[in-house]
Design a protein around this ligand. Sequence first.
Ligand code: PAF
Length: 289
Amino acid sequence: MRILRTIAEVRAAVREAKAAGRSVGLVPTMGAFHEGHLSLVRAAREQNGLVVVSLFVNPTQFAANEDLSTYPRDEARDAAFAEAEGVDILFAPEPAEIYPDGFATNIHVAGITEVLDGASRGPHHFDGVATVVTKLFGIVQPDVAYFGQKDAQQVLVVRRVVRDLDLDVRIVACPIVREPDGLAMSSRNVYLDADARAQSTALNRALDAADAVHRAGERDGASILSSAHAVLSAAGIAVEYLELQDAETLQPVTRIERDALLLIAARVGAARLIDNHLLTATDTTEATP
Ligand code: PAF
């Protein structure tokens, strides 16, 4: 595995791989690898001749009051994991390589960025994500790029950018990877102390409760939401948001007639956690003959 710091080096390596007929898979990350990241890397490894993992804690997607300075960073550990998974290139640039003096472009996606994390964290968040991901696509020119479904809104934003700007890259969303007790894996889980870690399982339990009600045939949005709320409030968690939204447009859903996402964000101890679950219009526990 090569650790590359500059855009020119990555371009040269990708050019060579493409000339040899190898497809290029990109896994954009901010490091602090866990099994969720590794599942993306494994999917990329299975499906491509050249696997590039980017490791860049993107400053523009953090607000001033967020955790940019404390975000977990351990490049040597991440590099060891990446190497063990057969990654070809770890692209770990300095901020000035990505945002040189005079950098003045911003990619803004309207609509779907104005709700959920866009509303909670502010418009800079998805502008920062869309801009850096577009740059990474420009630098690496991947055939396929891999994202985690835990960041469901991010996946929709990236898909929108790709569609609207006619970028020649296929987006693959990989399933959420969970701890044995259901907590969705996240680099921010390291902020949880023992009490908060125990409390954090309520997020997935709330999604499971809503899923059970939905599978039993409930289609009313308010009833589904209240089953999730009950679990969260019993665990003493005050949510930042708990919403049922159309799985493509992120418009609020009052009745499930198409696929819908149930999405949660909550502060648990020192961590801000997000999680989500897809409720499909057809899911039910009744066996179909
Ligand atoms: O999901 C992440 O880790 C980041 O938002 C991403 C996609 C690498 C962009 O900085």
